[in-house]
Design a protein around this ligand. Structure first.
Ligand SMILES: NC(=O)c1ccc[n+]([C@@H]2O[C@H](COP(=O)([O-])OP(=O)(O)OC[C@H]3O[C@@H](n4cnc5c(N)ncnc54)[C@H](OP(=O)(O)O)[C@@H]3O)[C@@H](O)[C@H]2O)c1
Ligand SMILES: [Zn+2]
Length: 368
């Protein structure tokens, strides 16, 4: 790589780093960072997008600008917008600043804008370079890209189990399998998500809080997915002061008389079936880029089968629960031969005191 390319990469990596500062706050928007150099290659401003409705990264960099940007260069990890949203189009600001070169890592995946921002810049005589640090930028915004392209939320399935693969005792008791450090890690992990999903049975058995314990304000949306609507009347889960709470039910099987039991502060949505894909789409429509499935085996298996899960995180504790017919994290897929089984890619293993966390990506498609 030439010296020049090394420095272009350095500045794009800086833009990506700035973008990452919006990690838990930009959703439904993407994470974007911008770096501006003057015509001599000196850094004169930078910015990042913090939250929907607040300035885009490029606008923040222009707001911070103290020197003349004419003849300069801007580095952004996502194609600048060219449409009037809640904030003015960034390409207009770039053009009027007199900047002569724009380095863009990846195009905006939204078909309505994809490539148009670049065309606007080129039409104004600006040199546009696309593709620098593409891999890093795709990774950084993979949940946003997934939602825009598939109209589904990017799903992560998490469970906690013993070394003998159990997630609860026969009576449903499961608190606590993993150690305190793992549980605290899960609280901070939840802050990366827009919504956290459980099934009705987990609500009945565990009455979980499902919060980040202060790692994120406001807390992620809590969602219970139910086929029956036979949910407990009393639960800490119903305290909407703790977090926004939502019940999503299958109207084809639920007893709607139970709706009266649900506190008024809880949002209720109905779907036409119990297919978890409909829930994923519903949440995507609400702008949830990334959702955490913390459900038991019945719902988890259906969520995997319907393509709602893109990543798995299994916390494994050095404990033995034992027992016959005790609960495993996942149910039956009907595999009969080893070549059919699900293999995770990009798998990682970390140690959390005496527990293990095994994670990886799922690239499967059960749906024909
Ligand atoms: N260790 C762990 O990581 C962990 C995590 C979660 C749960 N658990 C344990 O798992 C047990 C509950 O397991 P579970 O499998 O019954 O979990 P679940 O998370 O309650 O999921 C099953 C429930 O989801 C609802 N549901 C909606 N659509 C569905 C669909 N298409 N397929 C299946 N269910 C659908 C149903 O609720 P309705 O019955 O209301 O209709 C169903 O009973 C509890 O004992 C809990 O302690 C352990
Ligand atoms: Zn913009």
């Amino acid at each position: 790589m030439s010296e020049k390319n090394v420095s272009h990469t350095k500045w794009m990596k800086r833009a990506i780093f700035l973008a990452s500062l919006g990690k838990n706050t930009t959703s439904p928007n993407p994470k974007v960072g911008a770096v501006i150099l003057d015509k001599n290659g000196n850094l004169i401003s930078e910015g990042f997008h913090f939250k929907a409705g607040m300035p885009h990264a490029e606008a923040m960099a222009f707001n911070n600008l103290k020197k003349d940007a004419r003849g300069g260069t801007i580095y952004v990890n996502l194609e600048p917008c060219c449409h009037q949203g809640r904030t003015p189009p960034c390409v207009d600001q770039i053009i009027s600043s007199g900047i002569s070169k724009v380095y863009i890592s990846i195009q905006d995946p939204d078909k309505r804008v994809s490539g148009k921002g670049i065309e606007f810049l080129k039409a104004a005589g600006i040199k546009v370079h696309l593709g620098l640090c593409e891999k890093e930028s795709l990774e950084l915004n993979k949940t946003f890209i997934h939602r825009i392209i598939t109209n589904n939320s990017y799903g992560v399935l998490k469970w906690a189990m013993s070394i003998d693969g159990r997630i609860a005792l026969k009576n449903g008791e499961s608190k606590w399998i993993t150690n305190e450090e793992s549980r605290s890690l899960v609280h901070s992990l939840r802050a990366e998500f827009d919504a956290i999903i459980i099934g009705g049975n987990t609500l009945r058995k565990d009455s979980p809080l499902l919060t980040t314990r202060g790692f994120k304000t406001p807390e992620p949306l809590r969602v219970v997915f139910t086929k029956t609507l036979d949910l407990p009347q009393e639960s800490i889960f119903w305290d909407c002061n703790t977090a926004k709470t939502m019940v999503v039910y299958d109207a084809s099987s639920a007893n709607e008389e139970y709706l009266d039991r649900i506190p008024k502060c809880v949002e209720v949505e109905k779907l036409s079936s119990d297919n978890p894909k409909l829930l994923s789409k519903l949440l995507a429509k609400r702008g949830c880029n990334k959702v955490l499935w913390e459900c038991g085996p019945l719902l988890a298996t259906e969520a995997i089968k319907s393509g709602c899960i893109q990543e798995i995180k299994a916390f494994i504790a050095p404990k033995i629960l034992g027992g016959e017919n005790t609960m495993n994290p996942i149910g039956d897929f009907g595999f009969r031969e080893m070549h059919e089984i699900i293999k995770l890619s990009d798998s990682q293993i970390s140690l959390i005191d005496s527990d293990l966390c095994v994670s990886g990506s799922l690239k499967i498609n059960f749906q024909k």
